[in-house]
Design a binder for this molecule. Structure first.
Ligand SMILES: Nc1ncnc2c1ncn2[C@@H]1O[C@H](COP(=O)(O)OP(=O)(O)OP(=O)(O)O)[C@@H](O)[C@H]1O
Ligand SMILES: [Mg+2]
Length: 512
């Protein structure tokens, strides 16, 4: 064992035999060993619910393990006294899977908030300069003066990363930091992480995007059902092999059968749609689109270019200033109930804000978007709890949600399992149009494949899907047609365009 000398620590963190059960005799972690060297980027992989976030919450003092030991920078940790504040003091910074920023504060305020070095008083100018320096140093572009609640998801993630980097962490933990970053943003983040590593710091990186893991990680530890089943050098395995180690099976490539063009009325038609934006770049400008039954139309774009505004108009919560929305050939007032009644379902891109309520149970979330005239769950205005629980349980079993317990609160589910519930709920009513925003965010490769198969099944049975996604690979794999959303306007994507060509269109670099 390395011991206290003046040499730099060999290990940023070592965990030994860590176990944790939330319910007696149902361990979520079962004797896990994890060794993270100083100067390495260590990926932690595992399917949804494998225990990754739980293990990291233990490492940052948010949860106490039932058994096991931890050392940081080669010095043991007294787990009875280990708190989040102590973890920060010992150089750990973490970006959580669920946002920890204060929505009503600006980015600058969030960066200064709780930072011991900022002093007791808030100095707006000083705080802003510090934030600017930080953003420039790590090349992460964030609108510093806007409130977090007004930011696109990708920008929120960048703000969150900046905050952790700003605390000067020696061990930085990133729990799915890239789930809504574009490839270019992710590449910029990886460059920062490599810089940290080369300066002798350590990074624990959790991601379901195995190609990213391949690109950035030095070592990989695989967690399967609460046990660390493998630890290997990242050079030893490619993305496919990593998927196999995680799931214990191969995920074959997706097949999208050819489709016969529909002669029916368009499932969704939008004409001349204009709507105010959260920023000037995201104001919707004259959106025209047509989506046929049995078709998947992919909308690619960098987060913050109007995706959220378009999503909100189609959810009925952002009032357009001009334009028409027609569902199944009929003009619909863009209000939540009218849109739903017309057969349009909406899978929110902001799962924690608008999709699911984390303190509610699976069953309660299942009926959340229904209305009192939904005969399945309401009788003369009274809620039929048993019916809601049965429906939630059946959906959880079909989608492989763990635990398939209708009475469990969403907060006790892993991120990916919560996402699967949101997808199951929106597909449930056989919508004629599904607006799906980043539908596989946070899903492991097996679950993502399941959701993709479900979207293709919708298409096969004549349903239409408007796929708004920042994941280019997803859009390329699923869509019959692709269009790009750039500064609030649609830009054509020629059929057969590849990643590079689409990337250029998104940055406005395409030849006219
Ligand atoms: N507070 C809690 N109470 C009960 N069970 C919990 C709680 N927190 C987590 N769990 C359970 O522990 C297991 C592991 O969850 P965890 O969030 O660590 O998974 P994960 O590997 O991070 O998954 P994902 O990739 O979906 O984020 C899951 O089955 C989850 O339901
Ligand atoms: Mg997690």
């Amino acid at each position: 064992m390395p011991q206290a000398t003046s040499r730099p620590a060999a290990y940023a963190a070592r965990l030994h035999g860590v176990s944790k059960a939330f319910v007696p005799r149902r361990p979520v972690l079962d004797g896990v060993d994890l060794a993270v060297r100083a100067g390495e980027i260590h990926a932690l992989l595992g399917e949804n619910g494998a225990g990754k976030s739980t293990l990291m919450k233990i490492l940052v003092g948010l949860l106490r393990p039932d058994a096991g030991s931890i050392s940081l920078a080669d010095a043991p940790v007294d787990l009875d006294r280990f708190t989040p504040a102590e973890a920060v003091r010992r150089g750990i910074g973490m970006v959580h899977q669920v946002s920890a920023l204060v929505p009503a504060m600006t980015v600058v305020e969030n960066l200064a908030f709780g930072d011991a070095r900022a002093g007791l008083w808030f100095h707006p100018r000083r705080a802003r300069r510090a934030a600017e320096r930080l953003a420039a140093r790590f090349q992460l572009e964030v609108s510093l003066d806007r409130r977090v609640e007004d930011l696109a998801m990708g920008e929120r993630q960048r703000a969150e990363i900046l905050r952790a980097l700003g605390r000067g962490a020696r061990l930085l933990i990133l729990d799915e930091p890239t789930s809504v970053l574009t490839p270019r943003e992710a590449e910029a983040l990886f460059a920062s992480l490599r810089g940290l590593r080369d300066a002798g710091r350590a990074v624990i990186f959790i991601s379901h995007k195995l190609s990213e893991v391949e690109a950035v990680a030095d070592r990989v530890t695989i967690l399967r059902q609460g046990k660390a089943t493998a630890s290997l050098s990242a050079r030893e395995a490619d993305a496919r092999e990593l998927g196999r180690l995680m799931l214990g099976r191969d995920v074959p490539p997706l097949e999208r059968p050819a489709r016969t063009p529909s002669v029916a009325a368009p499932a969704l038609e939008i004409r001349g749609l204009c709507a105010p934006g959260l920023s000037e770049a995201s104001r919707l400008r004259e959106i025209d689109l047509r989506l046929d039954p049995g078709e998947i139309l992919g909308i690619v774009g960098i987060d913050g270019n109007g995706q959220r505004e378009l999503e909100e108009v189609l959810a009925g919560v952002r009032r357009p200033t001009r334009g028409d929305v027609c569902v199944g050939g009929r003009r619909i007032a863009p209000r939540p109930r009218a849109l739903r009644a017309a057969g349009l379902a909406h899978l929110s891109g902001d799962r924690d804000g608008a999709g699911l309520i984390s303190a509610f149970t699976l069953a309660e979330n299942w009926i959340l978007k229904g209305s009192h005239d939904d005969r399945r769950f309401f009788r003369r205005g009274w809620l039929d709890r048993a019916a809601a629980r049965r429906a939630a349980r059946a959906a959880a079993e079909r989608f492989g949600i763990v635990p398939a317990d209708p009475d469990a609160p969403i907060a006790s589910l892993s991120g990916g399992n919560a996402q699967k519930l949101a997808v199951a709920r929106e597909l449930d009513g056989d919508p004629s149009v599904l607006v799906a925003v980043n539908p596989t965010r946070g899903l492991d490769v097996g679950s993502a494949r399941f959701v993709h198969d479900e979207l293709l099944a919708r298409r096969r049975s004549g349903g239409a899907v408007l796929l708004i996604s920042t994941d280019l690979d997803e859009v390329l794999a699923l869509s019959d047609r692709i269009t790009a959303l750039v500064r609030g306007a649609l830009a054509a994507v020629p059929p057969g365009s590849d990643r590079a060509a689409i990337g250029a269109i998104l940055l406005g670099e395409a030849a006219a």
